[in-house]
Design a protein around this ligand. Structure first.
Ligand code: RFL
Ligand code: PHB
Length: 416
């Protein structure tokens, strides 16, 4: 098999890249090791920066997001039993974020790719990228029990943190920057309307907690008599800081709700609504950057090149930034013959990546309680939160980073 761009991985990075290349008339093949239903069900991110939503729209993949996604104009910081709202549009000249689950973005992009894009092979596991340093890189992969080779002009590794693409970059040419954290997030989905209409990031002496949500899904009643009545079911997404290595199964539903209630408690009459928990899992936290993000004709995008702790809601948005940068660079090369943007790919992406690393680290440090934290550090955390709540400059810094820095498209087009 032969193609112009071989894409490994059908997460948001690989799927959006396939869509952008299709729109630019460049052929691509996507190889995904998992099956379709696994990819469409994997619970992950929920917040799209304004620039990400603009890109999805410009790529023709924003229709359902615009219908079902929720525009959020702020978040709440909660500390010391008090609440402080950060008003995004007022601080950033009108920017906001969209609550729309990563799984829904993936479903939309998969449907578009299968309808009018090039091949997207599920259960096709890339085994290795070969000859990345030459003009004819190849992906060796296994599909339907057989080994095969995809000959490419370019390979983009969108295969996440555990993928194989990164391994094709010689260790001697690479530098890795990494930090692990002594805690993780226990995340739940619960069939109950969210107890607040915006996200709540809570700092508590017992640890961090986050209240988030998924847009309501409209289901039709299973019984025939009421078939015409749609049921709007709201879903809450909540997270608790837990010690590193925690097994989600050791927390009963009641213990989770009790702990959430403690960490969100305020001095006013705010109440946390409880409901049936439908999903429970623990996510480890990590900061990681692999430099460079390119070797010869192999390019890394998304989690394959970098990881941020989820506190800043940046991972998916960084993946989108990378593939927009690659598609722009390749289109430029095809239109003008100049490789300048492809040559600049790694440096261009890394500027944005390090800003997201910084912000995600700062948000994590601001809101989590390290197991060995001293009383002095606790007071500093509160002083930092107090500063954000009382200084427009400090608050603006947070709002700008959270809503995301512009993607830098020319002439108002986020894809150019
Ligand atoms: P993905 O989504 O991991 O997709 C990689 C794909 O590659 C496949 N693959 C292979 N395919 C073929 N051959 C191989 N050898 C392969 N090896 C792997 C995998 O099966 C998979 O389908 O990476 P991508 O596309 O770079 O996307 C990155 C995002 O998924 C990630 O950064 C975000 O989910 C991070 N994240 C958040 N990001 C945000 O922007 N906002 C958020 O609110 C947010 N919240 C979160 C998050 C991540 C979380 N977890 C679970 C890590 C909340 C959580 C809890
Ligand atoms: C989510 O809704 O899953 C979510 C929201 C904000 C974050 C992380 C995760 O910072």
């Amino acid at each position: 098999m032969r193609t112009t761009v071989g894409i490994i991985g059908a997460g948001p990075a690989g799927l959006l890249l396939a869509r952008l290349l299709h729109n630019a008339g460049i052929d691509a093949v996507v190889l995904e090791s998992r099956d379709r239903s696994y990819v469409e069900r994997r619970q992950r991110a929920g917040i799209l920066e304004q620039g990400t939503a603009d890109v999805l729209r410009a790529a023709g993949a924003g229709e359902r997001m615009d219908r079902e996604g929720l525009r959020h104009d702020g978040i709440e910081l909660r500390f010391d039993r008090r609440r402080h709202r950060v008003d995004f549009p007022a601080l950033t000249g009108g920017r906001s974020v969209t609550v729309y689950a990563q799984t829904e973005v993936c479903k939309d992009l998969i449907a578009l790719q299968l309808r009018d894009g090039g091949p997207l092979l599920f259960e096709a596991e890339a085994l290795a990228v070969e000859d990345a340093g030459t003009d004819a890189p190849r992906i060796r992969f296994r599909h339907e029990g057989r080994e095969d080779v995809l000959e490419c002009a370019y390979v983009v590794g969108c295969d996440g943190f555990w993928g194989v693409a990164r391994k094709a970059i010689p260790a001697g040419l690479a530098q890795v920057f990494e930090r692990t954290y002594p805690f993780g997030w226990l995340g739940i989905l619960a069939d109950v309307p969210p107890s607040h209409d915006e996200l709540v990031y809570a700092r508590h002496d017992r640890g961090f907690a986050l209240l988030s949500m998924r847009p309501p899904v409209t289901r039709h009643h299973p019984s025939k008599e009421v078939a015409s009545l749609p049921i709007e079911s709201f879903v809450s997404r909540l997270y608790l800081q837990v010690p590193d290595g925690t097994d989600a199964g050791t927390w009963s539903d009641e213990e989770i709700w009790d702990e959430l209630e403690r960490r969100f408690e305020t001095d006013d009459d705010w109440r946390l609504e409880r409901g049936p928990i439908t999903q429970k899992s623990v996510t480890p936290m990590r900061s990681y950057v692999h430099e460079p993000m390119r070797h010869g004709r192999l390019f890394l995008a998304g989690d394959a090149a970098h990881i941020v702790p989820p506190t800043g809601a940046k991972g998916l948005n960084l993946a989108v930034g990378d593939v927009v940068t690659f598609a722009r660079a390749l289109t430029h090369q095809q239109e003008t013959g100049s490789p300048e943007l492809l040559d600049a790919y790694s440096a261009t992406c890394l500027r944005r990546v390090w800003q997201a690393e910084r912000f995600s680290y700062d948000m994590t440090a601001l809101l989590h309680r390290a197991p060995a934290a001293t009383a002095f550090e606790d007071r500093l955390q509160l002083a930092r939160l107090e500063r954000i709540a009382s200084s427009r400059a400090a608050e603006t810094d947070l709002a700008e980073a959270y809503t995301g820095f512009p993607f830098g498209g020319a002439g108002g087009d986020p894809l150019r």
